[in-house]
Design a protein around this ligand. Structure first.
Ligand code: SAH
Length: 625
């Protein structure tokens, strides 16, 4: 499953046969390598190790991002004790108890991702996750992983002390000057963050401070207020340079300008220049080493950008009066978001830097985009959450929901999946009428680099959000790959309803939605006619809403033309939800009962029958077999 790709390579360790039977199927699903002791019977897809496990671990420690042990926790602690270094570099360590009931996040819960991986594995094993991080238990995102979804870079500070202040519920001042504020929208009411500026800090007496900014803050060593800084990558650096300028001069020039303007180089989103510089070796190398994108624009594009310092000389040489300023502004503009109100701006006008020791000249300008560059390829999970209760969601769908950075769906469904949510997730509920908007928003977030789960009830590809998202992507000229898509099937309403009344779908069946908001009634009518005539068992979705009240009686009339008056009907409302209601009736009497938006209507075929509280469609038309 691609969900686990961000954790891989993952190693799993089993020293007993019961442990193998728990870990082997898990490893297959999540793409982990299973190591077993060589004295155990070797199985497919397992790697046998010889000698002591301690020695073996030492040899595979460096190349794995996560370890899953199915062993006593004490044994695991002793095994890894000498291998642990620092929480920023150690792998995630997870322990599954030998009966497979509990999954424990042992080490590197935040930065190593063990807490998250523990939850995902617990979904896979239908086990209870055990997470002891303070932030998880307060339902707030860990401060040391807060900016991860947005690609922020961790800056200096006393991270342990700030985390401690948050865990103790002390007032922690947050000064956010740039980067997305989406993380603030779903904090629990009990959080102790204070969002405000330093002037008023005395009144609120904060015990710690968080800076989220592209400005370089020099924390005074003698202040005892613990502080940390995150750097959102919002700054686009426009570069102009003469042919052959060295990588080191480019680096020196950027550093110098950043220092002069008190900006953090960690906040660089990327480099922008004119297309004829796309093969400028020093520049290309600089971007490679720093892992920065290099955006290049044609002179025709750049000359349209208004800049404060145009130059005739530059215009004569390359056909645009500005390279650095224009490229910086243009990059910041195209990388800005329309849904954020602030506009991109030129922060640093062009600076020309030369060096006595080296050949070349570098022009640097810096523009700020209104949204950070995440540096990530976004993903869209199209998730079917089944009819309503948590135990009817597939483990894969649960895993996708918990893993996503953002969850988008209709509020009723988001309430139903509350227990799967993780602190720090962005939750966006839009009303049922705004499905297209929901799809567009999901795409926007995924194109920006987030992993977004779009939730539908039942199956997301059956009258669900899945189709809307793919349709919308196609309209936008999607290349089929970015953002990446994964579809997670769910139990659709017709299966859920059928299960509650027995086996009505035992023979050929079809589904028809009576919603004529997007489908002409004539088409729906034609299908009802065909289904009735063809003697299909028929599941009617969207049978009636507050405004669409007549369609269900039309459907009844059409079926009465071809089927017996006593044809069995099941009206299943809110299957598998708290207010579930089931009525067994027949074709003539069906309209005497409540049928609404939450109801699905199952119409039997000519051999379907009611038996006690059950609805049975025989397997064949020849009678029971
Ligand atoms: N994607 C969903 C269908 C959405 S259309 C799925 O695959 O099930 C909405 C219609 O589905 C409702 O009007 C109702 O007819 C039906 N429906 C969805 N969930 C239901 C449930 N739990 N019980 C009964 N009907 C349901």
């Amino acid at each position: 499953m691609s969900i686990f790709a961000s954790f891989s390579p993952i190693a799993a360790i089993a020293t007993t046969s019961p442990a193998i039977s728990i870990l082997q199927p898990l490893c297959q699903t999540i793409g982990a390598t299973l190591y077993i002791k060589d004295s155990l019977i070797p199985l497919e897809n397992t790697h046998a190790y010889q000698g002591s496990l301690k020695d073996h671990l030492a040899t595979i420690w460096e190349q794995n991002n996560a370890f899953i042990f199915c062993l006593a926790m004490g044994a695991v602690v002793r095994l890894i004790a000498t291998l642990l270094g620092h929480k920023s570099t150690d792998p995630a360590i997870i322990v599954v108890d030998p009966s497979g009931q509990f999954v424990i996040s042992l080490c590197s819960g935040h930065e190593g991702g063990a807490d998250r991986l523990t939850q995902l594995i617990a979904h896979q094993l239908n086990a209870t996750p055990i997470i002891t991080s303070a932030s998880t238990n307060l339902s707030i995102p860990g401060i040391d992983i807060l900016g991860k979804p947005f690609g922020w870079v961790k800056g200096p500070g006393n991270w342990t002390a700030v985390s401690h202040a948050i865990a103790c519920g002390e007032t922690v001042q947050v000064i956010q000057e740039s980067g997305s504020t989406l993380w603030q929208h779903n904090l629990p009411e009990s959080h102790s963050f204070y969002f405000g500026w330093p002037e008023i800090s005395e009144e609120i007496n904060p015990k710690a401070r968080i800076w989220i900014s592209s400005t370089l803050r020099r924390f005074s060593p003698d202040s005892d207020l613990p502080k940390i800084q995150w750097y959102p990558r919002v700054l686009w650096v426009g570069i102009g340079c003469i042919r052959g300028t060295s990588q080191s001069l480019i680096e020196k020039a950027i550093k110098q300008v950043y220092q002069q303007y008190h900006l953090a180089t960690e906040s660089i989103a990327g480099i922008a220049t004119i297309d004829i510089k796309a093969d400028e070796i020093g520049l290309v190398k600089y971007c490679e080493v720093k892992e920065l994108p290099l955006l290049t624009f044609s002179g025709d594009v750049l000359k349209m950008v208004e800049v404060p310092n145009p130059s005739d000389v530059v215009k004569q040489e390359v056909g645009t009066p500005s390279v650095a300023e224009a490229a910086a502004i243009y990059a910041a503009t195209i990388k800005s978001s329309e849904s954020v109100s602030s506009l991109p701006s030129l922060l640093v006008p062009k600076q020309i830097i030369k060096s006595e020791e080296e050949i070349g000249t570098v022009t640097v300008a810096i523009a700020k985009s209104n949204i950070e560059y995440t540096g990530k390829i976004g993903q869209l999970y199209l998730v079917g959450m089944g009819p309503g209760s948590l135990d009817q969601i597939t483990p894969a769908a649960k895993t996708a929901i918990t893993q996503a950075d953002a969850i988008i769906g209709y509020s009723l469904y988001l309430d139903l999946i509350k227990p799967l949510k993780r602190p720090g997730q962005i939750i966006e509920a839009l009303p049922i009428t705004q499905e297209r908007k929901r799809a567009q928003r999901a795409i926007e977030l995924a194109q920006w680099g987030l992993t977004v789960a779009v939730i539908s009830s039942g199956d997301c590809g059956i009258y669900g959000m899945g189709g809307l998202v793919l349709e919308e992507l196609q309209n936008q000229g999607w290349d089929g790959n970015i953002p990446q898509i994964e579809v997670f099937p769910g139990i659709t309403a017709l299966q859920a309803a059928a299960a509650r009344v027995g086996t009505p779908l035992m023979h050929d069946f079809c589904a028809i939605s009576l919603s004529d908001l997007l489908t002409p009634w004539t088409v729906i009518e034609k299908r009802l006619e065909a289904a009735a005539k063809g003697d299909f068992v028929t599941a009617i979705y969207n049978p009636r809403s507050q405004t669409r009240t007549e369609q269900i009686s039309h459907a009844q009339r059409i079926f009465l033309a071809y089927r017996n008056e006593t044809t069995p009907i099941a009206l299943v409302r809110s299957a598998y939800r708290k207010d579930e209601k089931i009525i067994l009736t027949n074709l003539t009497e069906m309209l005497n009962f409540t049928i609404d938006m939450l109801t699905i209507v199952l119409i039997g075929n000519s051999s379907t029958r009611h038996y006690e509280q059950w609805m049975i469609t025989p397997r064949g038309y020849l009678g029971f077999d």
